[in-house]
Write a protein that binds this ligand. Structure first.
Ligand code: NDP
Length: 446
């Protein structure tokens, strides 16, 4: 980073929170890429835009105590980071995973601001969650945890203030339990969460949105290079919401997806993933991905990481942060992979992302490529406010249009700043400018 102002801001971030490694990584990635914007806009420095952007407007941490099935009291830590509300109410998911820390939630909230700005919709950025581990918990334990979590969270959210959604470990079931608790406590029926069930205000196509949106984005990347999904081999990591629906859409668009994974290992199916089986294991039985090979002849399960050693044209990391490192990137490149697009948030380490860039792999960063989820959440908010429900086709068509626009904004910003095809720069620059313009209008409180 050469720009003195950005360096100053970055040093301050490191000095303030030296132990927040994920947050520092996310800030570094953004600051490095927005150098050309800062060079052209001295008014941003004058108004202290970047130092304000890296500091959350509000951080809430709270105790979540609940009783397990054996009658023991358990205590987890809950978080909500309300990062930036310059362009709309805070919006971003809730993550339930033992790896959740303030650093993880801050990195996710920070990225969310840019992503949400890129969608062109009126949503600010936030993120939340808890270090609660849903794995192996009974339905009643999940319910009691979600209710306890909402007892505190309800004070801080609202349809015009902050509208959380799902993320890792938070799907329709958890959103349902949280929504029910909010309604009991507040005695009102408003769109305070997205990813809701269809019977109480959810949007059609929200479940599919992140995975589908990712593929619409990749389709634009492919078209940009005069290619299409047709006949391409795709490697997908993860086997959760994003991975399943990315697999579904890539398959519909003519590609063959050959892998899915979880934190224990990965499956390889040379005939293309059988989605009916994968959905039954993950969505109905809540099982492990290795069960797939017991049901689909010809498929193989490999314990451990290693999904990126499988030969492919397109790689879609859809599990979690830093799941694809430099060695993985080398092996993808050696096997001829030409496109990488991030379904997960920050799945590629900085070294991996740099390697993709230097070796000419067309790289779609998460904040652009996986923005379809939050965009459709904003469409859910819109339907809730209007007391209307759009059809699946209506929502899907809007999602596709939004993803095409995101690609257009990012690719145009990349070439405006002299770095054609650099979608990291393009996405960060376009998102940052929209937020910064709004912050300039709002002034600073003295
Ligand atoms: P899910 O909980 O549905 O699935 C997560 C998947 O990733 C599971 O297969 C899980 O395996 C795997 N995984 C999680 N942690 C690890 C780990 N440490 N190592 C290896 N695998 C891991 O989550 P989502 O599909 O919703 O989210 C996946 C990613 O996409 C996240 O980065 C999320 O932030 C991002 N995202 C999600 C959006 C959404 O709408 N859902 C929107 C935009 C981004 P296991 O069961 O073994 O833990």
């Amino acid at each position: 980073m050469n720009n003195a102002y950005l360096n100053r801001v970055f040093e301050k971030v490191k000095q303030r929170d030296p132990n927040e490694k994920e947050f520092i990584q996310a800030v570094q990635e953004v600051l490095e890429s927005i150098e050309p914007v800062i060079e052209q806009r001295p008014d941003f420095e004058k108004a202290g835009i970047v130092e304000r952007m890296v500091e959350p407007e509000r951080i809430i941490t709270f105790r979540v105590s609940w009783v397990d099935d054996q009658g023991n009291v358990q205590v987890n830590r809950g978080f909500r980071v309300q990062f930036n509300s310059a362009i709309g109410p805070y919006k971003g998911g809730l993550r339930l995973h033992p790896s959740v820390t303030l650093s993880v939630i801050k990195f996710l909230g920070f990225e969310q601001c840019f992503k949400n700005a890129l969608t062109g919709l009126p949503i600010g950025g936030g993120k939340g969650g808890s270090d609660f581990d849903p794995k192996g918990k009974s339905n009643n334990e999940i319910m009691r945890f979600c209710q306890s979590f909402m007892i505190e969270l309800q004070r801080h959210i609202g349809q015009f203030t902050d509208v959380p959604a799902g993320d890792i470990g938070v799907g329709a079931r958890e959103i349902g339990f949280m929504y029910g608790q909010y309604k009991r406590l507040q005695n009102e029926f408003t769109g305070i969460l997205t990813g809701k069930g269809l019977s109480y205000g959810g949007s059609l196509a929200r479940t599919e949105a992140t995975g589908y949106g990712l593929c619409y984005f990749v389709d634009e990347m492919l078209k940009h290079k005069g290619e299409s999904f047709n006949g391409k081999t795709v490697v997908v990591s993860g086997s959760g919401n994003v991975a399943i629906y990315a697999t579904e859409k890539a398959t519909q668009l003519g590609a063959k997806v050959v892998t899915l994974s979880d934190s224990n290992g990965y499956i390889y199916d040379p005939n293309g993933i059988n989605l009916e089986v994968a959905k039954d294991i993950k969505e109905v039985k809540r099982g492990r991905i290795k069960e797939y090979v017991e049901r689909v002849p010809g498929s193989v399960y490999t314990e451990g990481r290693g999904v990126w050693s499988v030969k492919c044209d397109i790689a879609l990391p859809c599990a979690t942060q830093n799941e694809l490192n430099e060695d993985d990137a080398k092996s993808l490149i050696a096997n001829g992979c030409k496109y990488v697009a991030e379904g997960a948030n920050m799945p590629s380490t900085p070294e991996a992302a740099d390697l993709f860039k230097s070796m000419g792999v067309f790289f779609g960063p998460g904040k652009a490529a996986n923005a379809g989820g939050v965009a459709t959440s904003a469409l859910e908010m819109c339907q809730n406010s209007m007391r209307l429900a759009w059809t699946f086709e209506e929502v899907d068509a809007k999602l596709k249009g939004i993803m095409q626009n995101i690609f257009k904004s990012a690719i145009e910003a990349a070439s405006e700043y002299g770095s054609a095809d650099d979608l990291v720069l393009g996405a960060n620059a376009a998102g940052m400018q929209r937020i910064a313009e709004a912050m300039l209008c709002h002034g600073v409180a003295y």
